[in-house]
Design a protein around this ligand. Structure first.
Ligand code: CDP
Length: 792
């Protein structure tokens, strides 16, 4: 991997403020295998829970006989939906306002759905006992695509829902239909594409699990849980179980990757907690890899139709999109209630045009719940993919270079803040600069010349150059517009500076490997001059951190990071007053720089933040409250809009369809970078995921509803072996929506890169009239497209 990065460094390296590539504080323990994950937790008297899952996709449950399982030595209890119904726990609300079966009572609605649970002295007995449960199923026809789900006469999947008469899950519209129709009437050309973004699974290294520990004496519930959003989960737990919220404590210990997979509430958490409540002993539930792959939150599964109205010079006049999503049997992912289709309508992308109209529709099918924000803000990945594929095709159809058509349509730097045709207010950007930088790094003109020569000669090996210039939307809220299950999407930071000048920062967000213990400490270092190694960052324990909505959709830095800046600045104000008292100077004469308060004009008259911290407990101005601590709840004024331009170069064998990445250049702009090394790491991971989606990683189902992709032999997660080399570049356009100008970055590369890879493959064969090959662009698909093109 090579990196070209520009960034501004604030303050001296020993303080480790913003812009310094401080080594990750958490890695001392994580790379030594000394992390503390849910499965590491062992409590006295702990029992183990194993889940019986449905072997079929759609069936009515006739009977469940648990007697043989109950009789097995070592089994403590066998739970069914019927038993849970006695506690009003057979069904639970989802974070999208739907309901989901905890353990099935009436029907099973996807393969892998939870049917019964065994609690035993050890996990081996629990799994053995599953074999002894006898379930009689009356198999129903499975509905395995959204088109089939919405067809006349389709079997009704959600007959549990009052008033639900078909398999429609939601319908959502954005933009201006009439204006868009007018744009299409005025167009010289219309370019359209029908494409499918396949179902994929976030598959974090650590599967989901929990240890539920209900104290029989106090009825206090502690759940150690793989949760990206512990506070929101606690509130939902309180609502579902009826237990008082102050008696519920959720602790998310170290988390081995989330990528959206650990946002939903899964039945396993609820059943383990119910079991602990009833039995009075701690209960551990940890999924196997296959359980994680077949039953927990999937992503994508979007069928998309897009049309661009253009002038003959390639100016975009309007965009029309119709999208159909396969949401699975329960609408169980988290998303703002006002945006049922997530933030898909960012689909207008990086381009300036007056009109767009987006219609999104979701269907219930007999698949596991889908739609999680797999390393993206609520379906921005699919949106970005569609617009970047469309623009690329427009270039071919109008005979304009794919880089040039983007330049002609980009929102220009002086147009920000820019209101998109679907109503987003983009904060800042310089799209032409990011694209130019990527083209310069890759040597675009030389590559196009090489491509022209190879085409001219009719070479078997052809070069393809794919571009994607994406814009993302990250950092939800603001609270009046974005919420999860009604909870406004603010976030929080609590900062306490101790007498020796060391600090503890507690956050409402929860890292799953993104390096918060380092970067959030750097924010404090930047604002107060306390070295980042002297700042301990705590997250994930609802009893000991302020309320927050959690970490997903790259919201930690835009929201939790901003909360940290604000509280650090508030404490600096108090510290300035104390410094003035210590220096016997007027508050207005105190200057602050990198941890030092000095008297204006007399730099030698100074005290450090550490002196001030001690004074906050020992030598205060008359009447001032002791201590140096506070909490801030930050409601962002708007989202932030990171962007970038990616260029992929592939060599493609036109006889076999085989293709290989020669170059991958990614220029990202996430505003001010707190820790450039960590940002690069986030981008590397996202690019690897984007490459995987474009080339190998997808989930399918057979017509009976069996999930093909239940293990890592079938679901191909990329390793270092397949992953190409990445070359990174950067531009820095600060966000006016953030107190230090930072935008989120955690998902950018996953959002931006799939289109670049696919566009590169198509670019290699575009001269033969090939405009669409669906992901993953397997060599066999390329080969078939080439055969078809040569016949027509
Ligand atoms: O919410 P999540 O942590 O997944 O995403 P993020 O806010 O984009 O941050 C991912 C990691 O990159 C965190 O450690 C951030 O603090 C860091 N980051 C950074 O150093 N500079 C930025 N401008 C954005 C993120």
């Amino acid at each position: 991997m090579t990196t070209e990065t520009i960034h501004q460094k604030f303050g001296p390296p020993e303080i480790g403020g913003i812009g310094h590539s401080v080594k990750r504080a958490e890695d001392d323990r994580l790379v030594q295998g000394a992390g503390h994950y849910v499965d590491d937790i062992v409590l006295p008297g702990m029992l183990h829970l194993a889940m019986l899952r449905s072997p079929v996709a759609h069936a009515r449950i006739v009977s469940i006989d648990t007697s043989a399982a109950e009789a097995l030595e070592g089994v403590v209890a066998v739970l069914t939906g019927e038993a849970l119904a006695g506690y009003n726990l057979a069904w639970m609300p989802t974070l999208s306002g739907d309901t989901q079966a905890v353990l099935a009572t009436d029907k099973v609605r996807f393969q892998g759905q939870e049917v019964a649970a065994v609690v035993a002295e050890n996990p081996y007995v629990a799994y053995d006992a599953l074999e002894l449960i006898d379930v009689e199923y009356d198999v129903l026809p499975p509905v395995m695509s959204p088109q089939a789900a919405l067809a006349d006469g389709a079997p009704l999947i959600r007959d549990d829902k009052e008033g639900q008469t078909d398999n429609r899950c939601y319908q959502w519209e954005a933009g201006d239909k009439a204006a868009t129709d007018r744009a299409f009437e005025a167009a010289d050309h219309v370019v359209s594409i029908d494409t499918f973004y396949p179902r994929s699974h976030p598959s974090p290294l650590e599967t989901c699990g929990c240890v539920a520990d209900v104290d029989p004496a106090t009825k206090h519930v502690t759940v150690h849980m793989t949760s990206q959003a512990p506070h929101a989960h606690r509130t939902l737990f309180a609502m579902v179980t009826g237990l008082p919220e102050q008696n519920i404590r959720i602790i998310s210990p170290d988390i081995g990757g989330g990528f959206g997979n650990k946002v939903p509430i899964y039945p396993g958490y609820v059943v383990a907690t119910a079991a602990s409540l009833v039995i009075g002993r701690p209960v551990k539930w940890v999924e196997t890899r296959t359980e994680n792959l077949i039953s927990t939150g999937f992503a994508r599964d979007y069928h998309m139709h897009g049309e661009l109205a253009l002038t003959s010079e390639g100016r975009i006049l309007g965009l029309r999109v119709k999208m159909l999503s396969d949401n699975g049997a329960f609408f169980a992912d988290a998303q703002p209630t006002r945006f049922k289709a997530g933030l898909f309508h960012i689909v207008t992308g990086s381009y300036d045009y007056p009109a767009a109209h987006v219609v999104t529709e979701g269907a219930y099918t007999n698949k596991a719940p889908g739609g999680v924000a797999y390393r993206c803000s609520f379906r921005v990945t699919e949106a970005s993919y569609l617009i970047e594929r469309l623009v690329q095709n427009a270039a071919y159809e109008l005979g304009i270079d794919p880089a040039e058509i983007r330049r002609r349509n980009f929102i220009q730097p002086d147009q920000f803040p820019y209101t998109s045709p679907t109503g987003f207010v983009y904060d800042s950007g310089n799209y032409p600069a990011a694209l130019q930088k990527a083209l310069d790094i890759v040597g675009y003109d030389d590559l196009r010349a090489e491509q022209a020569a190879a085409r001219e000669r009719g070479d078997k090996m052809q070069v393809g150059i794919g571009i994607a210039s994406f814009t993302e939307v990250v950092g939800a809220g603001k609270g009046t517009e974005y919420d999860i299950a009604g909870l406004r999407m603010f976030d929080s930071a609590e900062l306490r500076i101790h007498p020796t000048g060391k600090a503890i920062l507690k956050l409402g967000v929860r890292s799953q490997g993104q390096g918060h213990e380092t970067t959030f400490a750097q924010i404090v270092a930047n604002e107060l001059g306390i070295p980042s190694i002297d700042v301990k960052v705590m997250e994930g324990d609802t009893d000991n951190t302020p309320y927050g909505l959690g970490t997903y959709a790259s919201r930690s830095t835009p929201v939790g990071g901003a909360a940290t800046v604000v509280i650090a600045r508030k404490l600096r104000e108090k510290a300035t007053k104390i410094a003035a008292h210590l220096l016997e100077a007027a508050e207005g004469d105190i200057e602050f720089d990198a941890g030092k308060f000095s008297v204006r004009g007399s730099p030698d008259q100074a005290v450090t933040i550490q002196d001030v911290a001690l004074a906050a407990y020992t030598n205060l101005p008359e009447g001032m409250e002791a201590g140096l601590e506070g909490v801030h709840y930050y409601d962002p004024p708007n989202m932030t809009y990171p962007f970038g331009s990616y260029v992929v170069v592939v060599d493609l064998d036109t006889e076999t369809g085989q293709w290989k990445v020669r170059r991958m250049v990614a220029v990202d702009d996430c505003g001010v970078r707190i820790n450039p090394m960590i940002v690069d790491g986030q981008i590397h991971g996202g690019l690897a995921e984007g490459y995987a989606m474009s080339s190998m990683q997808f989930i399918t189902f057979d017509e009976d509803g069996n999930c093909i992709g239940s293990n890592f032999m079938d679901y191909l997660v990329p390793t270092a072996w397949e992953t190409p080399r990445f070359e990174l570049g950067a531009t820095v356009t600060p966000s006016p929506h953030h107190p230090i100008g930072a935008k989120g970055v955690g998902e950018s590369a996953t959002v931006g890169s799939p289109a670049a890879f696919v566009n590169a493959v198509i670019d290699a064969v575009a001269d033969r009239g090939i405009r669409n090959i669906d992901m993953p662009v397997l060599p066999s698909r390329v080969w078939h497209a080439l055969q078809e093109a040569s016949r027509s």
